[in-house]
Design a protein around this ligand. Structure first.
Ligand SMILES: [Fe+2]
Length: 207
């Protein structure tokens, strides 16, 4: 397993190649994953590293589904298939490559590769916490999943899969809350502060 310092080196090297808000987002996703892992008696160090590198495919500047397959290939090339896994699964709440709400910027060969992976791997709890952590961690702090989804879709639009994906996301939240025995936000007190301090015009891109 990759150690934390090496994981950070990989992230910051990628930031040099493609600077952007995605790096701060990755740090918040890592922290969110760590807290969830702690509550669920999983390995917090592993969860943090998976969160830190889930979007590492952005090193190649792909903005849609491409960053998913690029991250999967990149971490495999670096010799870390255990981390490559989360680069691929984090956006597929439904195990259908066509279900992604991301921009479709991959070729057929890449789509087949993603689908084959999804068909042959069962999700574990780490897949699930990285998926939810990705919804809670934004670039500055932690937010409600509803707020983050609205922010993303006001900026990027919706497609025919959006409602189906939202259903899957909230079902996953419910599943994790069942395991936690509490609201998912009980371990993210920052969410309350974010809601109280931020005006909607400072949060959403209103046209
Ligand atoms: Fe992400």
């Amino acid at each position: 397993m990759l150690d934390l310092d090496s994981a950070k080196d990989i992230l910051y090297k990628a930031e040099k190649q493609n600077p952007g808000k995605w790096v701060k987002h990755s740090l918040n996703v890592a922290e969110a994953a760590k807290r969830l892992a702690n509550e669920l008696n999983l390995d917090t160090n592993r969860a943090y590293i998976y969160g830190l590198l889930h979007d590492i495919g952005r090193i190649y500047k792909g903005i849609g589904v491409k960053h998913i397959i690029d991250g999967y290939h990149y971490m495999n090339e670096l010799g870390h298939p255990d981390i490559a896994r989360y680069c691929l699964t984090h956006t597929f709440f439904i195990k259908d490559v066509k279900s992604s709400c991301c921009l479709w910027d991959i070729i057929d060969k890449e789509a087949y590769e993603i689908q084959e992976y999804l068909d042959t791997h069962e999700y574990d709890l780490y897949d699930k916490i990285i998926q939810i952590a990705d919804c809670i961690g934004d670039t500055e702090s932690f937010v409600t999943i509803e707020r983050r989804l609205i922010d993303v879709h006001l900026r990027k639009g919706v497609n025919e899969n959006t409602i189906m994906t939202w259903n899957a996301i909230f079902k996953l939240q419910a599943e994790l809350e069942e395991l936690l025995g509490s609201s998912i936000y009980s371990i993210f007190p920052e969410v309350k502060m974010e809601i109280e301090k931020k005006l909607v015009k400072d949060y959403l891109t209103l046209k």
